[in-house]
Ligand binder design. Structure first.
Ligand code: GRG
Length: 318
């Protein structure tokens, strides 16, 4: 389906409205899940750890992954409350990854989401534990009956999130990234080719975004055709997100981006922008957006906001 210019503008406005609404709902739910009182099976919630987990996950971020969950689940008329539960699990994993990524042993960043990183606001040990706490909480949330009444659906969500975020997904991508920088005593910086960079980025950044899109189909117990369409959409969005992030690093203003920029070039890091050049990366980005838009064509007008989301990824400035 092709939208005319008025349709595109209307879908973009609706996208922003829905993104804002998801951000508000997410804030409320994360606040509730991170309440001071222990839940069944817990003994107590230590204040310092809880404060660090709240600092790392509340009041910040675009909440783009939660938006993808809510919108894809909406295609199958899944209850919004269930989608928000899944969305909060993904956001907890995302926030944990940012906390650990910012640590001195990883990227050593002082600024995230426009304020001090968690290890700067607290200390390193607390930040490591806050990340651990957020990761485990994600799976706690997915296993709750509030997420879906059918335990088989919950198990499918748990498995898919574990695989997207672990060894063969985000964590695996992170170690490939560190290895490429020559960060290990037995390694030298590697000159990665385009295919290797694509694999690394598909794991480090793409896998969680792809799962966010697929989780709507899992929640909605969608048929294979719909799952394949959303998987293609998620894969394109995941790649586009990383290319856009690399372009922001190469060209962005730190005040706008909310974190340090020009780090890839300083670290002589292999990125698609470095291989393809800024213009080549922009062309790749446009092709990925077109592919994401085409992937959700079978859903018709119901997917207008998802098409607008693909365009947002390419145009984002932070
Ligand atoms: C430490 C296990 C571990 C993994 C780290 C996510 C990650 C893997 C590293 C972050 C490095 C990075 C900046 C990757 C680029 C893509 C990305 C995840 C950007 C941040 O996501 P946004 O823009 O952030 O959605 P907000 O703040 O809006 O939530």
């Amino acid at each position: 389906m092709t939208e005319n210019a008025d349709g595109v503008a209307a879908a973009s406005a609706l996208f922003q409205e829905r993104l804002d609404k998801v951000a508000t709902d997410m804030e409320d739910l994360l606040d509730r899940v991170l309440a001071p009182g222990p839940v069944d099976g817990e003994r107590a919630r230590p204040v310092r750890l809880l404060d660090a987990m709240r600092y790392a996950s509340l009041a910040g971020g675009k909440r783009f992954r939660p938006f993808l969950v809510v919108e894809t689940a909406g295609l199958f008329a899944s209850p919004r409350g269930q989608a928000l539960m899944v969305a909060s699990a993904i956001e907890f994993v995302h926030c944990y990854s940012l906390v650990h990524d910012d640590l001195p042993a990883m990227d050593n960043d002082d600024l995230r989401r426009g304020r001090p990183t968690t290890h700067k606001a607290f200390d390193e040990a607390t930040a490591i534990l806050a990340g651990d706490g957020l990761l485990t909480l994600a799976f706690d949330v997915l296993s709750r009956s509030e997420t879906h009444p059918d335990p088989q659906v919950r198990v499918e969500l748990v498995t898919a999130l574990a695989r997207a975020s672990g060894l063969g997904g985000m964590v695996g991508g992170q170690i490939l990234d560190l290895a490429a920088e020559g960060r290990f005593a037995d390694g030298v910086p590697e000159r990665l080719g385009q295919e290797e960079i694509e694999t690394l980025e598909a794991m480090k950044t793409g896998a969680l975004l792809r799962f966010a899109c697929m989780s709507g189909a899992i929640l909605g117990q969608a048929d294979l055709r719909a799952r394949l369409a959303l998987d293609r959409y998620g894969a394109a969005i995941g790649k586009a997100f990383q290319v856009a992030d690399d372009l922001l690093d190469a060209e962005g203003d730190p005040a706008m981006v909310g974190k340090a920029t020009n780090k890839d070039a300083a670290a002589q890091k292999a990125t698609l922008v470095k291989i393809l050049g800024v213009d080549g990366a922009r062309q790749t980005l446009a092709a990925l957006v077109a592919d994401a838009e085409a992937a959700v064509a079978p859903f018709g007008a119901k997917a207008d906001v998802l098409r607008a989301a693909a365009r947002f990824v390419a145009e984002r400035r932070h």
